[in-house]
Design a binder for this molecule. Structure first.
Ligand SMILES: [Zn+2]
Length: 260
């Protein structure tokens, strides 16, 4: 059977017979591994479609338990990602994250669309590419079924009042617990800390507002955003621990490797 699908290349490796195995996150079929003999070093449109940070359309032969790429055609290539080390490292971490949170043959169109939104944004980003990755990860969590609780204390269920009220209205919410998966009211945070619970963060800034802001805005909102270094470091640490604990997909706390 011949299928047509659009997708993003996650990785590739050589296989026997001068062929390559390409792992593609497709919109319609989820992650698939497809063999191809297209020479990626050539200058054809098909070759371009096999390179990293490219969004392309693939015509694929689907066998009983394998896929084979017939033709590929690049729709958009995000060249500018490779022109800046900061963008490149961040986009590589993004690809690694996508690879870790997706499973073979499981379509996730909402995550796919969000991934294209991220690639569009990072290819234009003026600064702090990592902020875009934070936004992508926060937005991906509900799609992956591991949304942090940001509206109620995860321990006692007390609501975090919305910012429409006064500033003081949510002043007794200052903590985020990775272990419990969301925000804690001060009373519960103090109690859990006394009992020795780990991974509770009580940053100097409003962590709930930061996460809510990431959660509610398009990724493009953050193209020109510059977070303070200490805010960046704390958000990175929390998201690293959170994605490690709930998705086994931490890409923020170590340098990433991508074969290009
Ligand atoms: Zn509580």
């Amino acid at each position: 059977m011949i299928i047509t699908t659009e997708g993003i290349v996650l990785r590739q490796h050589r296989i026997a017979g001068n062929r390559r195995m390409i792992v593609i996150f497709t919109r319609q079929y989820g992650k698939i591994s497809a063999g191809t003999s297209i020479n990626e070093k050539s200058r054809s449109r098909s070759a371009l479609a096999l390179r990293p940070f490219t969004f392309a359309e693939y015509e694929v032969f689907k066998g009983r338990d394998s896929y084979s790429i017939n033709t590929a055609s690049a729709r958009r290539s995000y060249y500018s990602i490779g022109e800046d080390i900061d963008r490149f490292m961040t986009a590589s971490a993004f690809i690694e994250y996508l690879d870790k949170v997706t499973s073979d043959g499981e379509p996730m169109p909402a995550l796919y669309d969000l991934a294209l939104e991220f690639l569009d944004s990072i290819s234009r980003a003026a600064k702090s590419a990592e902020t875009l990755l934070f936004a992508f990860i926060v937005r991906s969590l509900p799609i992956l079924g591991v949304s942090p609780e940001l509206d109620y204390c995860v321990n006692c269920g007390k609501p975090v009042r919305t910012p429409e009220g006064s500033k003081e209205a949510k002043n007794d919410f200052r903590s985020f617990s990775v272990t419990s998966g969301g925000v804690l009211c001060d009373e519960c945070a103090n109690k859990e800390k006394t009992e020795g619970a780990a991974l509770i963060y009580q940053p100097f800034f409003d962590i709930i507002d930061v996460f809510r802001y990431f959660r509610s805005k398009p990724i493009s909102t953050f193209e020109k955003a510059v977070l303070r270094d200490d805010v960046t470091a704390t958000v990175r640490k929390i998201l690293a621990e959170y994605t490690d604990r709930y998705l086994d997909a931490d890409v923020l706390s170590k340098p990433t490797e991508l074969e290009v």
